[in-house]
Structures are given as structure tokens and as C-alpha cells.
Design a binder for this molecule. Sequence first.
Ligand code: KIV
Ligand code: ZN
Length: 394
Amino acid sequence: MKEKIIIFDTTLRDGEQSPGASLNVYEKLEIARQLAKLKVDVIEAGFPISSPSQFEAVKRIADESDVIIAALARAKEIDIKTAFDALQNAKHPRIHTFSSTSDYHILGKFGDSKYGPTIQEKRKTILKMSYDAVVYAKTFCNDVEFSAEDAGRTDIGYLADVIETAIEAGATTINIPDTTGYTFPSEFGNKILELKKRVKNIDKAIISVHCHNDLGLAVANSLSAIQNGARQVECTINGIGERAGNASLEEIVMALKVRSDINNFYTEIDTSEIYNTSKMVSAFTGIIVQPNKAIVGENAFAHESGIHQDGMLKNRETYEIMSPETVGVNKTKIVLGRHSGRHGLKARLNELGYHPDEKELQKVYEMFLEIADKKKEVFDEDLRALMGDEIFKE
Ligand code: KIV
Ligand code: ZN
């Protein structure tokens, strides 16, 4: 029997930390609705203590969503309380708290002698802070995730101690981030295996991984971790995130699906929503998707050379390992032009994942008519640009 991989989407939290990508509350709500349509298992909606607008966005998403909504909090009471204040109306709230565990991070962030005079003492302080944070978070909800930040560069003995402590305190998910995107796939996979051997009661928690892409290895590392025992992956749409980004959701999901012949895992993602989600995130964040990006790049299903085109015309499988339709490219579409009415426009916007209210629809319709007067056909790209327009920025 195949095992399920939990898809934890952090586009709205870690993804939004991409240089230049800041999303307003309206845009975050629309993305969260689209992520629900994509059928992700967990949406990390933000880091409520970090700003009033982060708080507001997490709250608005938590208020309306049926999906598990996670909010990030440092291992501090004020962060944890604020995270839960934002989550309090969620049907399925999750507090996600974290501590730094590598010596790089401990020395960089806990250099002050109040955390202890030596690295050994500082490590002990962090162990206790982690325990206390999880115990405190559990007073608000049962679903508590603990992350050991920079686990990729953390000494394995200490990492095992921190994780064991977090599980003792009641963490239900343990996340192993490769925060700096430093590890190699075999090394990261072995780390998961080793933790499974060393940590008492590891089976009481779900093992999660969260890989950054500094060496272009985030997806490979996530897959290696899955093969060695991880059952949750944290990822973002289009792989956006700090620096070189996070593991890309669409690549992990499609790798597991296309190569289901050689792996024992599945996800519940509705892959036909991948393309729309990618386009929406790109339009709202302003981060363009590179044309040769796997799965969602404009060239991902394009065939240029004569030999390839000829092969494709005879049999698509000659050069295609998945059909574009599987990820939602080339869905039959309504053609919109100046004769189209508001209903047609609304239907197409809904198909693309946007849900403007009546007032917003009226505004977008007026702008649509202006474009339609100038062009024969109004394309999806035009609509996405309209929806990402300033008029919707609060
Ligand atoms: O990269 C990282 O370590 C993080 C944690 C907060 C999970 O984003
Ligand atoms: Zn991260």
C-alpha cells in the first residue's frame, strides 16, 4: 500500500520572505483559497508576531479555511500566544514553533552570555527553551510542530537530543529544515535515517522536512528524506522563498506522481490546479517563473526542434513524460473579448482561481472592457495582470 506524503505549503510564510515579494491581505486570502483548491494538507499562513498585517492575514485565512492552518512562532511565549490569537477561529489550528540548533546559529543568535558562557551551556538553554515552547503551545492546541532551525548543519547528537525533548513535550510534527540548503541528498536522507535510530519515541511524531535551494538541491533533498522516513514536506509554489528559494511544491508532487512506478508514496494534490496556482502566485508576488522551470515554466511543454515536433506529432510520449493537461495547462477555455459579459468574465476568473466580490468584479469588468476594446481576445495573462493590479491593494 502506498503511503501518503503530507504537503505543507509555506508560500504565504517562507515564500513571502522572497526578496521583493510582499503580499497584501487580499492577495494572501486569494492564494489561500487557491491552495485549498489545489488540496494542500497544511497552509502556513504567516508569522503573526512579525507585523499587524501578518497577523491580520493569518486571522482572515484561519477564520474561513477548512484546511489545517499553521502560524509560525519563535520559542517565546509572546510569539506563541500571538500565533494562537490569530488562529483561534481556525477549524484546524497548528502552532509551528522553532529554535536554532546549529552552532552557527547558536553563536550568531545566542551570543549573549545570558544564554550561557559556553556553547555547551547555550545548547542546554536552547534545549530548555524548546521544551518550554512546545509545552506552552500545547496549552492552546493539540497540533504543535517543532522545527530545529539549521538542522542540516546541526551536530547529529545534539539534534537528536532536541528532537527527543520536543517529542517529550508533546510536539506532533518534528521538522528537520535544511535552512541554508547545504546538504547533499544522500547526506540528508541519512540524517533522517539516523534520527529514526537515535530518537526515543520518534514514531509518536510525523517527520517533516523543509529544504532550501541554495545549491539547487531542495527537491532532491526532500525526495531523499521521503525515501528515508519523512512523511511531510514543506514547500512553496514555484519554489519561491528566502535567497534561492524553497523546495518547489509542483516538482515534488509531480516527481512522486510521474515516477509512481518506483516509489511507494502519493499526495492528495489536485495536480490539474498546479498551473493556475503557479500563475496566481507569480502575478501577485511579481516574481516571474523562469521559462525553463520544470512543470510550470512556459517552455516546460514546448517543443521547438523539427525532430522533436515530428516525434511528438506521431506519439506524444516520444518526448513527454507527463501531459500538460495533468498540471492544468491547456484546459479548455472560454474565449473572452469585447462581446463577453460579466458572467463570462466571472466564470473565467473563478476558473483561474480568483473570487472577486461584486464591487471588485465591477471594477475589473470596466478595466477588462478597456482592454477588450483594444484587442481581439483578452488572454488569461491579461486577467491575471488585472487581478494583480493596484486597485486590489488595500
Ligand atoms: O528555513 C527554516 O529553517 C525555516 C524554519 C522557520 C522552519 O523557515
Ligand atoms: Zn525556511
